[in-house]
Design a protein around this ligand. Structure first.
Ligand SMILES: Nc1ncnc2c1ncn2[C@@H]1O[C@H](COP(=O)(O)OP(=O)(O)OP(=O)(O)O)[C@@H](O)[C@H]1O
Ligand SMILES: [Mg+2]
Length: 539
């Protein structure tokens, strides 16, 4: 069989996608490999006792399923990927076919983003390959092999089933001979049954991952930050000297829909009061920093807050990887890019710092910086001091740490510049009735920052973990600032706050949750408040 393959390789039959599809037109009825991409997110059962968990759902139907179950040995939930089982003979044929595909087919077709077109192309070529090699397969074996070829060439190999699971937030691989972990939307951090045993296999996969992100990873450049075509964020390392267990990768899966403010209310992360407060704050150009740990939901919150910005406002957003999603027409999104070059040169590099400096020339009403870590924070605060409004996130646990990080290298802000910040919104993971939840733990308003770096704060909202409620103190420094600056009375502002709170509660009760729908109500409210209030029977 290999001889035959070798002689085929010599002929190097490179097949062009369009040509091939044209040539085989009319033979489509023979194509039987189909994947159901239309499937909705499955409903997971509500389970009181996790040790009874035993549930399957399809992710690449009808080929790959996820089995969530309780592992009595380790006393934890495990995430099992179930795929078709191949016998020895089928495995051999799969190897031969995969070599054939690698050598014969124009892999650049992988850039075509319509999966159906790719599958058709692949299946037609596999048929040619099988014929040329004289391999006969029964329908069942054929479909199983097609699945693996699809998975390994069009998909993301072993983790392709995970990439299709809408319940996954993160996928983490910490090296060889150790199971991959995922963060499951319902069950949190859990172990999977996927392990890379082979160093070369994992290295090859990390290279493929980088290629898919349009990046290059190598011994000279062993760390990669990128973004997959579907928007998922990727970090990877390449060599053992960087990470002890060999190459690693982590993928933050792209959430298809931006989360609306009402969705955040629904999952209990915020209250209607918090949202009404933030809405008023943003309308009046308040500077807000969302602060929390890794994966605590900072970007999701900043996106939600940004949806409250007036629909006609000029917004500029600046990020390392594009995560912010808005519907504002006058929004200019920009993304930093890493440079290429050897010996420390970074030709073509455009940093957050560069973008931010340029952004202020575009006279934005609001500047959104995905995350501040270094020098760019300095530019953002200068910009805020000169009258532009700013929204950003920072990795920290409390206001004290935020201020310390802002005032020490590499950021080095003076206390008076730190005072430009109006609101710090603290988010964190929490346990509510033994379940993982994300909470806006507190909203703090900066009153004053002393020369020694101590901040005086007011805390209008605080989450009470014991009772799982958001405590609300009707005293806001930010509202007072708005009253002074905008000539509105405190009572008027308070009334507006109550109206918006009722409106948000009402929208929630009506089940209007989707980002677009909520955004459209916010926009209408700005344009014609009374029509909206009448529509919801609030006046
Ligand atoms: N309030 C929430 N409840 C449940 N899941 C959430 C919530 N907020 C965010 N998520 C999910 O958690 C994941 C991480 O969210 P997000 O990117 O907003 O966090 P982050 O703090 O910005 O992370 P990072 O530190 O990596 O920048 C996403 O998959 C998102 O859909
Ligand atoms: Mg983030």
């Amino acid at each position: 069989m290999l001889d035959k393959l070798n002689s085929l390789f010599k002929r190097k039959k490179i097949i062009d996608v369009d040509e091939k599809i044209k040539k085989t037109n009319g033979q489509n009825e023979q194509l039987i490999f189909k994947i159901d991409f239309s499937s909705q997110k499955p409903e997971l059962p509500e389970i009181e006792d996790q040790t009874k968990l035993d549930f399957r759902y399809g992710v690449i139907i009808p080929f790959a399923y996820i089995h969530l179950s309780w592992d009595d040995v380790h006393n934890e939930i495990v995430y099992g990927v179930e795929e078709p089982i191949l016998d020895v003979h089928e495995k051999e044929i799969l190897n031969t076919l995969e070599q054939g595909v690698q050598e014969l087919i124009d892999i650049s077709f992988v850039n075509v983003d319509q999966k159906e077109v790719l599958i058709e192309y692949l299946e037609k070529n596999i048929r040619i390959l099988l014929k040329e090699l004289g391999i006969e397969l029964n329908r069942n074996s054929y479909l199983k092999l097609m699945y693996y070829i699809y998975r390994d060439f069009i998909g993301m190999n072993k983790i392709e089933p995970l990439m299709n699971d809408q319940y996954i937030e993160d996928i983490e691989c910490n090296g060889i001979k150790t199971p991959l972990y995922i963060v499951h939307r319902k069950f949190g951090n859990i172990r999977t049954n996927i392990v890379y045993d082979d160093f070369d296999e994992l290295t090859g996969f990390v290279e493929k991952l980088s290629q898919k992100c349009g990046k290059y990873i190598s011994y000279a450049n062993p760390i990669m930050d990128g973004r997959l075509p579907d928007g998922s964020r990727v970090n990877a390392t390449y060599t053992e000297d960087v990470t002890s267990k060999g190459p690693t990768f982590s993928i933050r899966m792209f959430t298809r829909e931006a989360w609306s403010p009402v969705k955040l209310m629904q999952v209990g992360t915020v209250s209607a009061e918090i949202l009404a407060y933030l809405w008023i704050a943003v309308e009046h150009g308040t500077n807000i920093l969302v602060v929390g740990g890794t994966g605590s939901g900072k970007t999701t919150i900043i996106n939600c807050i940004a949806s409250f910005i007036k629909p006609e406002a000029r917004i500029v957003s600046i990020e390392d990887t594009k995560e912010i999603r808005l519907m504002h027409e006058n929004w200019l999104p920009s993304v930093a890019r890493s440079g290429t070059g050897v010996g420390g040169e970074n030709i073509g590099e455009i940093t957050l710092f560069d973008l931010l400096k340029a952004s202020f020339r575009q006279r934005p009403d609001y500047v959104i910086v995905g995350e501040i870590r270094g020098q760019e924070a300095n530019v953002l605060f200068q910009g805020m001091a000169s009258g532009h409004s700013g929204l950003s996130t920072m990795h920290a646990d409390d206001v004290k740490t935020v201020i310390r990080r802002l005032e020490t290298p590499p950021i080095n802000l003076s206390p008076s510049l730190v005072e430009i910040l109006d609101i710090v919104c603290l988010v964190s993971y929490a346990k509510v009735k033994n379940r993982d939840a994300r909470k806006v733990r507190a909203i703090q308003e900066i009153i004053k920052v002393s020369g020694s770096g101590e901040a005086e704060v007011n805390t209008p909202f605080q989450w009470d973990p014991r009772r799982n409620i958001f405590m609300f103190k009707r005293d806001s420094v930010v509202f007072n600032k708005i009253v002074q600056k905008k000539g509105i009375t405190f009572d008027e502002l308070q009334k507006e706050f109550e109206i918006r709170r009722s409106l948000l509660n009402f929208i929630y009760k009506k089940g209007i949750i989707e980002f677009e729908d909520v955004q459209s109500i916010i926009n209408q409210y700005y344009k014609n408040k009374n029509t909206v209030l009448k529509r919801f029977g609030l006046i």
